[in-house]
Design a protein around this ligand. Sequence first.
Ligand SMILES: [Zn+2]
Length: 200
Amino acid sequence: MRFFVPSHSGLGRAVPLNVGTMSTSAHPPADAIHAGGTVTDRLVDANARYAADFTDPGMDARPVLRVAVVACMDARIDLHAALGLQLGDCHTVRNAGGVVTDDVIRSLTISQRALGTRSVMLVHHTGCGLESLTEDFRHELEDEVGQRPSWAVEAFRDVDQDVRQSMQRVRTSPFLLHTDDVRGFVFDVTTGLLREIDPA
Ligand SMILES: [Zn+2]
């Protein structure tokens, strides 16, 4: 029997572990373990271990801090740790760039109108992948697949300006109930610090 060991140094690295002591139902059944499987198999295995120690926190779906955080999907940003957030505190909406697209407005609208959030925090970051792209990305896609994507790449050169644009999109949305507490930040992936962006 081989289990994956959580490690950032060797994704998918399987090492043999002694499973002889695993005798309770809290552990995943043997057939749930995918030795040498895909990364998703690894995540499913991790979930079985997570669920084994999980107890129902008894929360409802309304975020305790009544805040929605919109952030880039960048793998280097541990949003909950970086912002001192606990389970149940906030809504997190993430995409490439943390850009406020129509779909982000959709999520924020539901967050505010159905689930009671009032504040919006935007988190972009240094070294974003979108800084190395241009709208040529769309044209190249169209050339390759013969179909133009309906979405914009939302590439940018100036991260501060990109945060300002995102703040403006939230503040001017006709669908949102609360646009008075909207603040934007750049997260430095090398120091872990946020820098607030003046909306002006
Ligand atoms: Zn990014």
